[in-house]
Design a protein around this ligand. Structure first.
Ligand SMILES: [Zn+2]
Length: 552
């Protein structure tokens, strides 16, 4: 998850001052614009530092506490708003004009702190029929925190991530069913009894109304690839069809799906205790040419009751040139990890993929920001998919699962994301649709999962409540991930066991632009052709059709 909001410097990652000065694109053409842009960078930092403090990671930053940062933020933001307004509308270079537009747009997303994915709202407010759309979303996210962080199971409490992990790992089918049922209070909080005015159904109606005005995440993803949203749906269906063809005819209960696909996770889980997550993550990136420690990345991986219920990455400090030297971006990663395991390790490596994405940005302050959601999520999976390749496992875990088991574990997760993408796409098109019936139709047809329309078991992802439509960035994003992985392997070489040129090579070709370049042009230039679903379909075709589930 990349978050929608962003320390200690001086390291080998700094470009030499000389090479920076030679790169004129990193500075504004007009002195006036340059001054405003540096003020923008300060406001941007104050905003993301407040976010880091409110996440519970820090009490102070650079010796200043929250109150001081808040003051800095308010004062400088007010000044920035005035100065941005005063900048002339004509007589500036094209680059400066684009930078001003970017700053004006991005500034609207500043929140001045507040805990991400852990709102002050209360879950019980979701039941109020007259609640405003934005407040309803916050209340639903609160349900994931309040209920999802303390599911009752076997006389104790577990969080949502651990419960999903248990669905991969518990060999006892009765126990798996019990884990699945532990989610029921969460599903009821999100979708009531699936009545037409349930909290989720009111929320998705609000999201659809918003989408007709401003476009949806699905419209954005379509634009980022240069197709229309009907074509997005067709591509998603092609991927689901490829999966369906690979799984044979047998049906499976929803609480058994992850277990049957997750044999690789079970075989390797014992070699990935919680305390090994970070050393493996850091070693892999070091061998890809990206030293996360030197980058000063802040990791906050311990569970806390009030903490965000999902893993995400955000800026703390936005990189910029200071006196001719590049001061690099500092990122933070937040996650609630109670346990280790391959699934969790894959997610941590995905988050670090976001870290290297934003740390590689070398651009003027206006563009030191996230690329599109689709690109960000797709890129983060480029390194993380390697964790399901036996050669990666051999090197970093000293043990490996068979290729077919590993691929099934990976693509079962991908295909669930594709199913959620299709679910949201259709809900946003027709918000009156019964979500349980739609989810049942998709999962029974393409994943051969036994129908259980009595449960809102699709309600497992925080994004569904917080950022309706966002799942497309994972499901449809997998198409871009497969494209990038294939192209890197062809052009640079395989990187599953590391390649110290990887980070520099990708920084130069894909990552350094930040929010400046649109994803469509970026991908077209990188691949030398438009994006297509072919690479992902070929990956799924690596799965050999099996006649019976027992063969997994
Ligand atoms: Zn992500």
């Amino acid at each position: 998850m990349k978050s929608l909001l962003s320390l200690s410097l001086g390291c080998g990652l700094l470009l030499s001052p000389k090479s920076i000065r030679a790169d004129a694109g990193l500075m504004a053409d007009s002195k006036k614009v340059s001054a405003v842009e540096y003020l923008y960078a300060d406001v941007s930092d104050a905003n993301s530092i407040l976010g880091a403090i409110d996440s519970g990671l820090l009490n102070t930053y650079q010796g200043k506490d929250r109150a001081v940062w808040e003051q800095v933020y308010r004062k400088k933001r007010a000044k920035l708003a005035k100065q941005l307004e005063r900048l002339p509308d004509s007589g500036l270079s094209g680059a400066d004009t684009r930078a001003i537009a970017a700053m004006r747009k991005q500034m609207k997303a500043f929140t001045g702190g507040g805990a991400l994915f852990s709102p002050a709202a209360k879950c019980q407010d979701a039941a109020r029929k007259n609640i405003a759309y934005a407040d309803l979303k916050s209340a639903l996210v609160a349900c994931f925190v309040e209920i999802g962080n303390s599911l009752s199971f076997e006389g104790g409490k577990i969080n949502r991530v651990s419960a999903l992990d248990l669905l991969h790992e518990s060999s006892d089918p009765v126990r798996r069913r019990a884990v699945f049922f532990a989610f029921i209070p969460l599903w009821q909080a999100i979708n009531g009894n699936n009545e037409p005015d349930s909290p989720y159904r009111r929320m998705i109606a609000g999201a659809a109304a918003e989408a007709t005005k401003n476009g949806s995440e699905i419209d954005n993803a379509a634009r980022d690839v240069g197709i229309d949203s009907a074509e997005v749906e067709r591509w998603l269906l092609q991927i689901l069809d490829a999966w369906r063809e690979s799984i044979g005819d047998a049906t499976i209960e929803p609480w058994d799906f992850r277990f049957q696909a997750g044999e690789a996770d079970r075989l390797l889980g014992k070699y990935i205790p919680r305390e090994s997550l970070q050393p493996i993550n850091q070693r892999y990136y070091r061998e890809l040419g990206a030293d996360l420690e030197q980058m000063g990345t802040l990791y906050d991986l311990a569970p806390r009751p009030e903490k965000a219920a999902l893993a995400y990455t955000e800026f703390v400090i936005h990189g910029r040139i200071v006196n001719g030297t590049w001061w690099h971006t500092i990122a933070r990663v937040s996650a609630p990890y109670e346990r280790g395991g391959l699934f969790v390790l894959n997610e941590l490596i995905h988050e670090s993929g976001h870290v290297v994405n934003i740390t590689a940005i070398r651009n003027r302050p206006a563009f030191v920001d996230w690329p599109s959601d689709l690109f960000a999520e797709a890129f983060a999976d480029v390194p993380s998919w390697s964790t399901y390749e036996p050669v990666w496992q051999r090197r970093y875990l000293s043990h490996e699962a068979a290729e077919q088991l590993s691929l099934r574990a990976l693509y079962s997760v991908v295909v669930l994301d594709v199913a959620w993408s299709l679910f949201e796409l259709r809900m946003l098109h027709a918000p009156q649709t019964d979500p349980n019936a739609l989810w049942t139709e998709i999962t029974s047809r393409y994943l051969h999962i036994v129908p259980h329309p009595e449960f809102s078991w699709w309600a497992l992802r925080v994004q569904l409540a917080d950022l309706p439509g966002y799942m497309v960035n994972y499901g449809f994003g997998a198409i871009l991930t497969a494209e990038m992985r294939l192209h890197i392997s062809d052009a640079l070489g395989a990187f599953d066991t590391g390649d110290s040129r990887w980070y520099g090579w990708l920084s130069e070709r894909l990552l350094r632009y930040g929010s400046e370049r649109d994803t469509r042009t970026l991908m077209q230039d990188f691949l030398g052709r438009p994006v297509s679903p072919q690479a992902l379909l070929e990956q799924i075709h690596r799965l050999k059709p099996c006649s019976a589930r027992g063969n997994w």
